[in-house]
Design a protein. Sequence first.
Length: 261
Amino acid sequence: MPIRATVWGENIHEQEEKAVSDNYPEGMHGQIAKLLREDSNITTSTVTLQDPEHGLTEKKLAETDVLLWWGHAGHKLVADEIVDRVAKRVWEGMGLIVLHSGHESKIFQKLMGESARLNWREAGERERIWVVTPGHPITKGLPAYFELETEEMYGEPFAVPEPLETIFISWFQGGEVFRSGLTYRRGAGNIFYFRPGHETYPTYHDKTVGQVLRNAVNWAYSGEKHPQLGKSQNTPIEKSLEPITERGPKLASHQAATSAK
Ligand code: ZN
């Protein structure tokens, strides 16, 4: 069974800014999907903010193994209910890859529990991305470093929790550095944050970036669902592994739930 990847695109700049639609005539989500389709082990579909329920219906999420997220101008337009739904699926085991300005998306902030703020500068400067964890599945086939000739600068401090692993560190022409590739686990879900991808530059046409995204989808995929991690469950006394006797006071609402069985 191939990995089912869904690319979520905000699809705002593509409609409003010529510099962006020139780079990405099929939308940024369309180009990212194209990169993923180079891997025959991945089937890819795209959804956008403008779709009903932002394209992230219960059904769509149930059929998604790994979700990729690109957003910038419309973070606040994403409904909280949908953010909660995505977080629940991550906890249950769906992989999530958050791209570039997605660092300030509601879903990333919720899963990180921090602001995820950073310093930035839009000057089309060179970014040199160093692999700091050789041998990691996300860096498979990559050189020791690769360069993007024009990118936006993101600088530390990046307000995120200490990651599980730091995969990439970027150096920018202006002198700043940034942790550009970070992994996390939330519930049963694997999360990867990948920094490059400013909308006015052709980053998602870069071959190495494509390799990173394909590697990341394969890494983030678990193929498992753990619905128990998305919802608490009562374990009735009569089903305890060893016999126990009920004792102590109990809330009336809990009493009712027990006697209803
Ligand atoms: Zn940007």
